[in-house]
Design a protein around this ligand. Sequence first.
Ligand SMILES: Cc1ncc(COP(=O)(O)O)c(C=O)c1O
Length: 429
Amino acid sequence: MTAHARRDGDGISRRNFARLLAAGGSAALLGKTGFAFERPAPLPQTPTSPDEAFWRSVREQFPMPMNVSVMNAANLCPSSLPALEAMYENTKDVDGNPSFQNRAKMGEGKVNTRKILADYLHTTPEQIVITRNTSEGNNFVSSGVELTANDEVIIFNHNHPSNNVAWKEKAKRYGFTVTELEVVNPHPGPDYYIDLVRRSITARTKLLSFTHQTNTVGDLFPAKELCQLAHEHGVLVLVDGAQSFGLMDVNLSDMQPDFYTGSAHKWPCGPKETGVLFINNRAHDKIWPSIHSAGRGDVGISRTFESLGQRDEPAIIAFGEALKFQQQIGMKTIQARSQELAQSLMEQLKTIEGVTLTTSQDPTLSQAVVVFEASGIDARKLYNALYDNEKIGTAGRANGLRISPHFYNLHSEIDRTVAAIKHYMTTGV
Ligand SMILES: Cc1ncc(COP(=O)(O)O)c(C=O)c1O
């Protein structure tokens, strides 16, 4: 059976699964009890100008079959096969022998993942906490920074609830003020937000919190400039990186936030319920841990912040493998590819009658989250028809859709999606 055979079908059928079991060895990632995914041909070295054939070989490294086009990376990505294999093999190992002695090596895996995370984010391991997701990281910050009735926090209305509602709820308890700034559509440009924040900071402002790329409309925020501005006023900054971590070549040494958060299951294509919280050395004494339990990290801030009870160590190891897989391709290459797909999507969508782009097409203002409104059609029915009839996975919006392609998607999927939307917009659903 070839690597393509499985992808013509609907995932792995029972018959193919049995064949894989029978094949064993080199053809499949099969342990004794069977890791039921085929081992694709090794990923070639990333060419200087990657073509569609290269990206097809990247797609082979994901279990998502070719007739399923999920373009919802802003919500959940498929795990890459190297991550899945690490998850499977280590879980099998732990559950086959859960003794302290056998699990000791998992600690080294966690140390290793922290090093990979630091390298990936262009920072150092003593500033890295391996969390469970962005929500947890954001809440560690809003619960951990000491704020009193005299203090103010500035947030944006497009922040995710874990970085918006969380602040408002904690303000009720601790008495600090939350000032909510408005995101403007169409994207008014980076200078608008730099100026807005400059005008909004007061003597009481203790913290600024914004989203690097918004999940709502895909707006890019000028992260480095906002961090710089806040620091000039002695204000701490939380950058929610749920929509940039794993998509962009994020350089925290350059951006210099006090806190940066992300999830493995989104753009990094890693396991569920693993994530990262970066705490700048400069802010280590400005935040309290929210959870105290047994176990702790090996270095720096992880010694106090990573005491989170029993962890899913195989998932943490798989997190590292997911990042290594992306590094093998190159983060700059991945960032460019995702944006290229998003740009093609927007270019084609705007030719469809009734479609209005909400996301800016300016490549300095958006990355790979595309939102549009569709008039003259029930957006919910469009969302359902795309999945039910075409196996195209998107996210529903009040009057339209959000489509977030990533490096495992192909131009043929973008074209297929546009053709399907055009068809339903013309004929109705
Ligand atoms: C900007 C942003 N922040 C935080 C989150 C929460 O992420 P998680 O569910 O992984 O905690 C999301 C999820 O979509 C998000 O888009």
